[in-house]
Structure formats: structure tokens, C-alpha cells
Ligand binder design. Sequence first.
Ligand code: SF4
Length: 369
Amino acid sequence: MSETKFDLAAYMSDGIREFMAAAYRNVLSNPREARFVHQMRRVVEKSERKRREVLEKEGLAVPPFLIASIATTCNLHCKGCYARSNGIAEDDASQQKATLTPEQWRTIMAEAAELGVNFTLLAGGEPMMRRDVIEAVASVKEMIFPVFTNGTLIGPTYIDLIKRNLNIIPVISIEGTAMGTDERRGRGVFERAMLSMDMLKQEDLIFGASITVTSENMELVTSPQFIDTLREKRCRLLFYIEYVPTEKGTEHLALDDEQVARMASTVLQRRNEYSDIIFFSFPGDEKATGGCIASGRGFFHIGPDGSAEPCPFSPFSDSNVLEIGVKEALRSPLFRTLRDASILGWAHTGGCTLYEHRDEVEEIIKNKQ
Ligand code: SF4
């Protein structure tokens, strides 16, 4: 896999420019959001220049987005929760990872924005349990923060925070139908998530939905009937996240190669059919990106304690952004080894090659020490 042939940075920058153009078209009827998106389009262009400068001057590819797990707790106990299985979310306070302060997160995000990072997906645990952090990072106006939430904590005070900080964009996780969602996430969660969508619609605020795609719900969650229900709520972003079987005995829920290919073509078709919804598919078309985009290739993950990890599904780290900053974390021996190794292009079942090849990743780390 030679990065020179395929220019991932340009591919992702094009994707972001298209995303911003589509976002702008979708909010033209709403002056407040249109003004915000218009401003952000300029910021995105400036950030792209910054990333190009760092690449030209220092030979370092800065990814356009990051994922940050800011919370170590959650008010739900979903079946197959990856955050609980890899130790990000924990009920027992004595076992919980150390967490950063709101000011520490704000500093990290400010440095990332200065490098040209445009988006940081806030996750957890339940990120809305760290309102103090969300309020602090929202002040970094050159950055957009999609907040991947279970949607059960959105009420008047969060609506007020989002109205004052349009760069905070809730992305509400559901499993498809009420039955599917409540079966995995708990009784009444679907209804509460729909109520949150209604509140955001009422205030004409941009929001999205995130769906974990399994071999059992793929047809349903990519169907026009299902997408129409979200469109009616005025959902503007739709994230399809391929299921990663972190829980033993759930391997059958992972998409096989035929389903992955069908998913890719269906998403392409939906993109053409729904101009007012922006579709993301994760890990998406790895064939187009030359393999997995973790380890700083397209993004990397910052754990609750600041540890720099390849991806939320790959909790390995040899550096901490609080200590060395985002730029030096991108140069970490682990990230460089994984980017240079062929592992990111290895075949895998389920949404994560690093998770599937975690033994090999561990071996690489051991050999580096
Ligand atoms: S809402 Fe997210 S973090 Fe919380 S239990 Fe469910 S999957 Fe895990």
C-alpha cells in the first residue's frame, strides 16, 4: 500500500468541502444556521491550507478529524457496548480511567484546530454527562464537534447550549426501530431519543443520527421507509457505523464481504436520492482510501486520560496528547509503525481491522519496546 499513489489528504479534503457545500444548501432556509455554515466553509478552506503547509514544511500529514472520548460514565447499559468492553466506560469509580479537565480538553482542541483539524467527534461513555467539557471545547470556534450521544440527556439546558454554540452538533444513536433500539439500549430509550430529535427540530438546529449496522438490521436501516422517518424529523446527517463484534458470540452480527459491498452501493444510491441528508459510512469504502484510516492517516482517537490511540476499537497507546501535544502524538512510534505496516490494509470481517488483528498490533507494540 503506497500512500504516494493515492492522496488521502486530498480525498478527505474534497469530502469535507462537499459536506460543507451540502450542509449549506440544506440550511439555506434557516438564516442562523446558514450564517454559521457559511463562516465554517471559510474556516474549512483555511484549515485545509494549514494542513497542506504542515505537510509541505514538515512532511507530516495532519488528519482532518479526531475522535475524543471525553466521558468514562454512561447512564445506559447497552448490549455489546464497545466503550464498556474496552474500558472507556466504567460504573465502578475506582476502576474508571483518569479524565482530563475542561481546560485541558479546550487546550488540546485549540492546538488541533491550529494544525488544521476541522472536526472532533465527541464520544464516551455518554459525552453529554460531561457538559463542562462540551461547554469548554465549544469555545474553539474553528472546530465542529459532532457529539455522539444516546440522546437521553437532551433537554432545555442542552438546547440552550447548542443554540449558543452552533459548532456543537448532536448525533443521536439508535438501532433502527423502537423494538430494535429498546431491545439493545433499554425500554423507552427510542421514544426518548425521538423526543430529543423533536426538540432539536422545534429549534431548527442541525443534528444527525448514528446507526450501528448489523447483518440483521442492514436492510431496514438503509431502506427509504426508515430514512424517511428521520427526514421527517429533519435529521440532516446519517452515520452508518459497521458493527464490531467486541462481545464474544456476536460475530454473526458483523457484515460479511457481500453485505459490505451491498452497503457501499446502497449508501451511494441513497446519497443520490436524498440531497437534504448527508450520509457517512464508517469505516466506509476502505478500498477507496487504501485501507483503514486510523492511526492518524485520516483520524486518531484521544482516550479520556489524553492517551493517543489508533482508534476507539484499538485501545493501544505509547503517547499522551496532554504531555506531548497533538502534533507529536501524530509522530508517535506506534502510529508511524501502524501507518507504515501493511496491517491497515488487511482484510477483516466486522467494522475494524485493528480490532480483528489486535494480537498482531500487540505484537508490533511489544517488538517496538
Ligand atoms: S449509550 Fe453508548 S456508551 Fe452508553 S452503554 Fe450504550 S453504547 Fe455504551
